[in-house]
Design a protein around this ligand. Structure first.
Ligand code: PLP
Length: 432
């Protein structure tokens, strides 16, 4: 199952309160008020299990992985590879199809650079189908986070390929008629987000993959806003690449992951080069390890990988379907409550697609930073600005918006607090 469904049992209030006890930061006070954290779309909080896993690794196992011959190094290597297996299992792929990166942005760039290295003739015969040049097309969308847009702009500029962009309708939904038109025989790669970090809607990825398959194009899925919130099976979705961001799924900053279909990773030339990714090196050339090590040059972020594994185990222990159901309820409540306020326009509210617990909105006549300031004064943390999605905001006719985003630890009372806080902001600025 890829989308939240109404049939799953959402978390009960008692369960959410028990979950909150695992997150020490949720007891914090901000500006004299209990913290109401509604910025998990930017970065999520970490449970004790994740903090403990990183500390335990550092206090009992820390050593250089895949290098040392001593016992501690072997145990550290096992922990590192167990972490890879945990993340692979969480998203339904094989262990050696997960490449560690420092964040999702690096994972997208890894694919873009590997493709342009193939374009300049690296990677041998197997890389032939990855080569890009004049006449080839890369397709992305107008709703992408800049992380899944700018690397493709640059790849097009480096290779002479053309970048095509699937437009949005007036509500912000992907124009699927245009997607069917733009994805054609020249398309080599389609890069699309699973869940918009601004609209919170779950895109019809299955349909996009089916269209791409018809023309033999590869698909890269930006799963940054779906993997933390929905059950995800990347093999079942049949995408070729996917990118994940550790700090949005209860894990640490400094770690992300790239999923790549095994035969594609095997065909891809490296991105970064140096130590840890080679077999033999002479002064003039080098032979590379198979994936995933081929793409993991230099010393890796081992404690962060171990902590990310603890994060996905924690999420799995609660159940992704139940988390999705909880957030779908909160998201619907958030959109309804905000939409009922005079002058508030929730971006994409009219889109008829499943959604996660995230809403971005514009308040007529009041700048998003002012709304954010009033909320912050009451201890409510939200994100304001363009959320790294300027083309989407431009298309919807706003320069900035305020975004409230929930997670498994968010209560209905907190959603009510945001709605009440926005009502207060409107009242304050209308009277001023
Ligand atoms: N894609 C989406 C949809 C995001 O929301 C984000 C982060 O906000 C990213 C990509 C970039 O993730 P990272 O910070 O891990 O590079």
């Amino acid at each position: 199952m890829q989308n939240p469904t109404a049939t799953e049992t959402a978390l009960s209030e008692a369960e959410v309160h028990r979950i909150r006890e695992d997150f020490p930061i949720l007891q914090a006070r901000v500006n004299g008020h209990p913290l109401v954290y509604l910025d998990s779309g930017a970065t999520s909080q970490r449970p004790l299990a994740v903090l403990d896993a990183e500390r335990d690794y550092l206090t009992t196992l820390n050593a250089a992985v895949h290098r040392g011959a001593h016992t501690l190094a072997a145990e550290a290597t096992d922990a590192f590879e167990d972490a890879r297996a945990a993340v692979a299992g969480f998203v339904g792929v094989d262990d050696d199809e997960i490449v560690w990166t420092s964040n999702a942005t690096e994972a997208v760039n890894l694919v873009a650079y590997a493709l342009s290295n193939a374009s300049i003739g690296r990677g041998g015969a197997a890389a032939q189908r990855l080569r890009l040049g004049a006449g080839d097309e890369i397709v992305t969308t107008e709703m992408e986070h800049h992380a899944n847009l700018i690397p493709w702009q640059e790849l097009a500029a480096r290779t002479g390929a053309t970048l095509r962009v699937i437009p949005l309708d007036d509500e912000g939904a992907l124009r699927m008629d245009e997607a069917a038109r733009l994805i054609g025989p020249r398309t080599k790669l389609v890069a699309v987000t699973h869940v918009s970090n601004v609209l919170g809607v779950v895109n019809p990825v299955e349909q996009i993959v089916a269209t791409a398959r018809e023309v033999g194009a590869l698909v890269l899925l930006d799963a940054c806003q779906s993997a933390p919130h929905l059950p995800l099976d990347l093999h079942a979705l049949d995408v070729d690449f996917a990118v994940l961001s550790g700090h949005k799924m209860l894990g640490p900053t400094g770690i992300g992951a790239l999923y790549g279909r095994r035969e594609l990773l095997e065909a891809m030339p490296p991105f970064l080069t140096g130590g840890s990714m080679i077999t033999t090196v002479t002064t003039t050339e080098a032979a590379y390890l198979p994936p995933p090590q081929r793409f993991e040059a230099g010393t890796q972020r081992v404690s962060q990988a171990v902590a990310l594994a603890a994060a996905v185990r924690y999420l799995a222990s609660i159940g992704m379907s139940r988390i999705a159901a909880h957030e779908a309820e909160l998201g619907a409540h958030l959109v309804a409550g905000l939409s009922a306020l005079e002058g508030v326009r929730v971006l994409g509210a009219g889109i008829d697609l499943p959604r996660v617990g995230l809403a971005s909105f514009d308040v007529a006549g009041i700048h998003a930073h002012d709304v954010g300031q009033i909320l912050d004064d009451a201890g409510i943390a939200v994100r304001v600005g363009h959320h790294c999605a300027q083309p989407l905001h431009r298309r919807l006719g706003v320069t900035a918006s305020t975004r409230a985003s929930t997670y498994l630890y968010t209560t209905r009372d907190e959603v009510d607090a945001v709605i009440a806080g926005v009502a207060r902001a409107i009242d304050f600025f209308r009277r001023a």
